[in-house]
Design a binder for this molecule. Sequence first.
Ligand code: ATR
Length: 276
Amino acid sequence: MTRKACVIGWPISHSRSPIIHGYWLKRYGIEGSYERIPVKPEELPAFFSGLIGQGFAGCNVTLPHKEAAFRTVGTADAATSRLGVVNTVFARDGELWGTSTDGEGFLASLTAGHPGWCAKGQTVVILGAGGATRALVGALIDAGAARLLIANRTRAKAEELQRDFGAKVEPRDWTEAAEILRHANLLINTTSLGMTGQPPLTVDLDNLPKTALVTDIVYTPLETDLLQRAKARGNAIVPGLGMLLHQAVRGFDLWFGTRPEVTEELYDLVARDIDP
Ligand code: ATR
């Protein structure tokens, strides 16, 4: 039987998920398909009502549907209830369930990109507190991080993360970003700064210990200005593309019944699509 999955969003043309899942379907010889489906916000309820009937095992959900999907399908686990968003929907016993794989994808990407890395006891400096930050905060706390210093232009959003995730989250002003780097074992950019078409992230890195690991959730370009500056001064870096690849693993397993491997070949395939 051919199994089907898809990614929905509006717009959706930029999604690299079809490359990732298409690669795995071929690699594991699975008779299945993974397509890109544009769904307008007002079409979302009808889309979900028809998903199982059309033979889909589930879908990935991207902007702007992650919150609406959370409200529409069942919540598969407690970590996802706390996030309030889903990126992966799957059918079980005739019903749709949703989960978020961004947090585990982030942790797996760091472990794969920097073998031996472990969140336990770490002080993490996070720049930005937008929609993408929540899953990372949840995953880092669950994995035993000691402190999460979060500097955001709109401080209230970092304070909201503290309310939701507790006292390990310490909100800071954006103007303090360069100063608090001195505490970091791990530095993460979760702002859109540095993305192709956006201004660069210009926070001074002088205070950052050389032993700190630096990562960015931005993956266009593959190496952001932040990562290049960090690398040039001797810090280890993990590019954001790893998170995109690793967050896809559990969805593929849920829909197609095989836990796939993030291979170097897959990394290169998607990297070439981003930067030919
Ligand atoms: P969301 O994911 O919530 O939609 P976004 O607009 O994509 O948010 O922005 C993601 C992050 O980038 C936010 O933390 C945002 O800061 P604000 O919360 O103050 O909006 C941050 N960001 C975007 N542009 C920025 C800039 N020029 N300087 C500093 N931070 C910026």
